[in-house]
Design a protein around this ligand. Structure first.
Ligand code: ATP
Ligand code: MG
Ligand code: MG
Ligand code: MG
Length: 470
């Protein structure tokens, strides 16, 4: 049966509740008391204090469905079937309670018995020398040894900055030859989308002090993460995360607004997928109190909104469309995340303000950039000067990576050092003049006019004070 995304979320949490886990609601995307992280990127991230023993968990077994942002995956978005900058991570956690045997057994039970995936299409992997995990897969679960893969540190050792870490066991699903890259070497672990990684079981045994020193943890822990969207892809047997029920609704809305047909043109499809992903990220970030700015997570948000706006332009969308689109995001996800509904009006206002600001200058900026390109072509240059990229940033509000992305499509690069120099230069001048308005084509006060009381519980401002921690 092709379960929906919202159904699968519940099935996962109910299953682990039946295994003695306390179900906790998703934490905010904005980390608390964690300077090592700009935005929550995994289910375990907000639970770090429980793993390190800094805080006592409410129960030694916990399960969550955690909102995540991975800006590092932005270049993959729209191009692979499995990456979003926003996604939901399902996870079960053990704080010094059960370890490898139960974790593996339950992940298998959930995938094959609860959800009903074909066991012959599933392939586990373990860390190189993790014979313990290998044996559990082979002896207890009954997987033929040639179907169990051993991978190195890059894939099968989990760590994100300082904190708890350890070897992992990932579970891949073979989606069939039609999704393969065609290479004769294509097998589990290939970067293409045939063998899709759905679940990562981390056996947290160590603590990384941030300087690469690993200490064995007194209590060994379990931290698992499964992308809800990816689970839905394999359960619903669809092409990509942009085809699962809740996300497809957003995609369809864009097509309706732009009068586009999904699947008719690959370049348009990429734009449609980029917007679909970015509007999810932006809506969720704003609901957690992040505001567009030029620093830290506010800048992540600004880049996502502006990139979505530019891809909208590419689809021929001239009017403001992001707030309207956000409505679909909220409708699809409000059951799992009531904060979206609570902050609905606020989300629309922030999106509209930012899109308006950018709309005022985007056409002019694109025009100027086209002129710069022409000029470079005449001179036979393949790199945009830093000062030109800075002009686009400063006067027309083009984040550097947006300029880079536009030029990349034409095989042109940007002098990034030159850009930083120009930026530094301007900072010095601004400091001298004590003049701080009009960055990125948005006056500093524009968001101050928004009334935070229009949300029932606004926690944004106290989380906005530590923006410079990148
Ligand atoms: P990949 O190798 O496919 O990039 P990963 O190994 O980086 O995935 P993990 O860090 O192991 O991913 O995260 C745990 C799970 O979260 C993954 O197994 C996957 O299901 C999901 N996941 C990770 N990154 C993304 C993403 N960008 N979009 C959607 N789901 C993701
Ligand atoms: Mg990855
Ligand atoms: Mg991986
Ligand atoms: Mg992984």
């Amino acid at each position: 049966k092709a379960y929906g995304v919202n159904e699968l979320r519940k099935m996962f949490l109910d299953f682990f509740e039946s295994k003695g886990h306390l179900v906790m609601k998703s934490f905010s995307l904005v980390p608390k008391n964690d300077k090592s992280l700009l935005l929550i990127n995994a289910g375990m991230a907000p639970l770090k204090p429980y793993f390190t023993g800094q805080e006592v968990p409410p129960k030694t077994r916990v399960a969550t469905c955690q909102k995540c942002i991975r800006t590092g995956d932005i270049e993959n978005v729209g191009k692979t079937a499995r990456h979003g900058t926003f996604f939901e991570m399902l996870g079960n956690f053990s704080f010094g309670d059960y370890f490898k045997t139960e974790a593996i057994r339950w992940s298998w039970e959930f995938l094959t018995e609860v959800v009903g995936l074909d066991p012959d299409r599933l392939y586990p992997s373990v860390y190189l020398d993790d014979d313990e995990a290998f044996e559990i897969w082979e002896k207890e679960i009954g997987i033929a040894p040639e179907r169990i893969f051993r991978f190195g540190k890059e894939d099968n050792f989990w760590e994100h900055g300082a904190g708890p870490c350890g070897p992992c066991s990932e579970i891949y699903y073979d989606r069939g030859e039609k999704y393969g890259c065609g290479s004769p070497d294509c097998t589990v672990g290939c970067e293409c989308d045939r063998y899709m990684e759905v679940w990562n079981n981390v056996f947290t045994q160590f603590e990384n002090d941030g300087n690469g020193n690993y200490e064995e943890l007194e209590n060994k822990n379990i931290d698992t993460g499964m992308g809800l969207e990816r689970l839905a892809v394999v359960v619903q047997e669809v092409d990509s995360i942009f085809d699962v029920d809740t996300i497809k609704a957003i995609r369809d809305k864009i097509c309706e607004l732009a009068g586009a047909t999904y699947g008719a043109d690959e370049k348009n499809d990429i734009s449609i997928r980029v917007i679909t992903d970015h509007i999810r990220s932006a809506s969720f970030m704003i609901s957690d109190g992040v505001m567009p700015s030029n620093e830290g997570r506010g800048y992540v948000l600004r880049r996502l909104i502006r990139r979505a706006a530019r891809h909208g332009r590419m689809l021929g969308l001239k009017d403001l469309f992001l707030a309207g689109l956000s409505k679909t995001v909220i409708a699809e996800s409000k059951d799992g995340y009531p904060e979206l509904k609570e902050k609905e009006e606020f989300i629309y206002k922030v999106l509209t303000k930012e899109e308006e600001q950018f709309n005022r200058t985007i056409d002019q900026g694109l025009q100027i950039l086209a002129e710069m390109e022409e000029d470079m072509e005449k001179k036979g240059k393949k790199q945009l000067e830093g000062k030109d990229a800075f002009k686009l940033y400063d006067t027309y509000g083009f984040p550097l990576d947006l300029t880079k992305e536009i030029l990349e499509e034409k095989g042109v690069s940007v002098d990034e050092d030159g850009f930083q120099e120009a930026m530094e230069q301007q900072r010095k001048q601004a400091r001298a003049a004590r003049e701080t308005t009009n960055y990125m084509g948005a006056s500093a006060t524009v968001y101050e006019q928004l009334d935070p009381s229009m949300t029932s519980e606004f926690v944004g401002y106290d989380t906005l004070t530590c923006e410079s921690e990148i």
